[in-house]
Design a protein around this ligand. Structure first.
Ligand code: FES
Ligand code: FES
Length: 173
């Protein structure tokens, strides 16, 4: 089946079996290996991508469902930069260890911070409830997201966009 979609901002035409999992098409056919397979059953969120701006578990989505829609993967979060502010914070704060959950968390957290820029730490936990992490215990992930959130808020107030001031090891000056 030939289908068209917009993938990471570029119009693409694919010739694929319509029932193949979107995750497999992304990883195997298109070399977009950022999205990970954790459970393969829609439980862990490691495979999260955006379809028309909504986070979805790509392990559960037949590629045909993405036809004529806009798909964004973790590879597109940072545009030209190596990492987005959310991704950089996750690395800096130790919010990533084995890394399997990290792409899905980065995708979902990016959406969460855009939609609810004032979300409390508790609310951030709720917004990321569909993303499981076996390594970090979540605290460092929330620390990272809170720091990225604070940096964005400071930038919006015209106080610069410096990140890292909320790091547990940061010293006040
Ligand atoms: S691999 Fe898709 S939800 Fe776990
Ligand atoms: S860093 Fe290993 S599952 Fe989250």
């Amino acid at each position: 089946m030939k289908l068209r979609l917009t993938l990471n901002g570029t119009a693409r035409q694919l010739d694929v079996h319509p029932m193949r999992r979107l995750l497999d098409v992304l990883r195997a056919d298109l070399a977009l290996t950022g999205s990970k397979e954790g459970c393969g059953e829609g439980e862990c969120g490691a495979c999260t991508v955006l379809i028309d701006g909504e986070p979805v578990n790509s392990c559960l989505v037949p590629v045909a469902q993405a036809a004529d829609h806009e798909v964004v993967t973790v590879e597109h979060l940072a545009d030209e930069a190596l990492m987005s502010d959310v991704q950089a914070a996750l690395v800096e704060f130790g919010g990533t260890q084995c890394g399997i959950c990290t792409p899905g968390i980065a995708v979902c957290a990016t959406v969460a911070l855009e939609r609810e820029p004032d979300a409390s730490r508790e609310r951030l936990r709720e917004l990321l409830a569909g993303n499981l992490c076996r390594c970090t215990g979540y605290q460092l992930i929330i620390d990272a997201l809170a720091d990225a959130q604070a940096a964005r808020a400071a930038a919006a107030r015209g106080h610069g966009a410096e990140r890292g001031t909320g790091h547990p090891g940061a010293t006040a000056s």
